[in-house]
Design a protein around this ligand. Structure first.
Ligand code: PHE
Length: 360
């Protein structure tokens, strides 16, 4: 249908016999156009300012009077016919254009989806939850405290005054702002400040109602330390049990029970190895040894602990002559590594799904 329209000076034979009408050529030509610019050009060729039909109309005045009317009517009809064809083809081309752009934007709904991976709980968080469950079941309250801590709570109240050499055991990050004690705030180096915060909040109940302080405080802690077994951010769980008669034997019983439930085995031994912390006296590292499984036979350090130092009990707002008890602080990463046999602590913080998926 792409037949080129024959060029001719006049659409009709002015001599009288109307041979082939220009509008027939125009209908063929316009109907064959495949784009709007092409269609507009074809329209101009016939009925534009210098179009074939337009020029013929201008030439009517040269005709003999008696022929003008019939030729005029014929030329009008031809022009109308071209205009109709133009409008019809234009509509078709616009539809095609719209369809093409819709098709280009279309989404292929038959493509397979990207999938929605199922999330999972981080292994350290799993340990956190487990620790809370186990201690809650033996009557421990669960408390939460600030990670940006005052010097007094993190060190001084724990029998670790400014310039005390034991402070260097826990090098920390300082915040560029002073606390109410006039010393720079810091990122807590352990969860032990929660001993002081929680005990001070509950000291009145202890004295009035004889209610023991029995709490764990899990949370994030920070130290200037980074290698395969240390991360600048890590997690601890603090434990504190204070009443009139809580002894090291209670610590041993509670902690051994906790470990057996946490590792889901009774085949483990616990020992207390003398150590030093400013806030406990005596102090001990708690070690454990599996009697079966891949870690069988090796003593593993698992927690710091001790009997709360009398000066610290005093800072709780309690009489150290009357109240006594124990505290411990255990690393949640360490517990997690031993439970799952993970060798490098940094795996917890790299966010590698190949590692994390194993715990989902
Ligand atoms: N806070 C100590 C540490 O982070 C652990 C600890 C807690 C020791 C409670 C004794 C009692 O190393």
């Amino acid at each position: 249908m792409n037949k080129p329209a024959p060029q001719r000076a006049s659409p009709i034979g002015f001599s009288g016999e109307t041979s082939q009408s220009a509008d027939i050529d125009a209908v063929f030509e316009l109907s064959a156009c495949n784009s709007l610019p092409q269609l507009d050009a074809a329209k101009a060729k016939y009925i534009g300012k210098n179009g074939i039909i337009t020029l013929a109309m201008k030439g009517l005045s040269e005709l003999a009077i008696e022929n003008r009317k019939t030729h005029g009517i014929e030329l009008n009809r031809q022009r109308d016919s071209v205009e109709k064809t133009y409008a019809a083809r234009r509509q078709v081309l616009e539809h095609i254009k719209q369809y093409d752009s819709l098709a280009a934007e279309a989404i292929d709904v038959t493509l397979p989806g990207r999938g929605r991976g199922q999330g999972g709980i981080h292994p350290v968080m799993k340990t956190w939850q487990r620790v809370e469950e186990i201690f809650a079941s033996i009557g421990f309250d669960v408390a939460d405290g600030p990670e940006i801590e005052a010097d007094w709570f993190n060190f001084t109240a724990l029998n670790n005054p400014p310039n005390h050499p034991a402070r260097s055991m826990q090098d920390t990050f300082y915040v560029d702002m002073n606390g109410t004690d006039g010393l720079p705030l810091l990122l807590r180096t352990h969860t032990s400040p929660m001993q002081v915060r929680y005990a001070r909040m509950h000291a009145a109940d202890v004295m009035a109602q004889g209610k023991p302080i029995k709490v764990i405080a899990p949370g994030r802690t920070y130290r200037v330390d980074s290698d395969a077994t240390h991360s600048p951010m890590f997690h601890q769980v603090e434990g504190l049990w204070i009443a009139e008669d809580i002894s090291f034997a209670d610590l041993k019983g509670v902690y051994t029970d906790f470990l057996r439930r946490f590792f889901e085995t009774n085949e483990l031994q616990v020992r207390f190895r003398p150590s030093y912390f400013p806030f406990t006296e005596p102090s001990a590292e708690i070690d454990m040894k599996f009697e079966s499984g891949p870690l069988k036979g090796k003593w593993l350090e698992i927690s710091g602990s001790g009997q709360v130092h009398p000066s610290v009990v005093k800072n709780f707002g309690l009489d150290p002559e009357k109240y006594i008890g124990f505290a411990f602080g255990s690393g949640l990463e360490r517990l997690t590594m031993l439970r799952y046999g993970i060798g490098d602590l940094r795996l917890f913080f790299e966010g590698d799904l190949r590692f994390l998926k194993q715990f989902a």
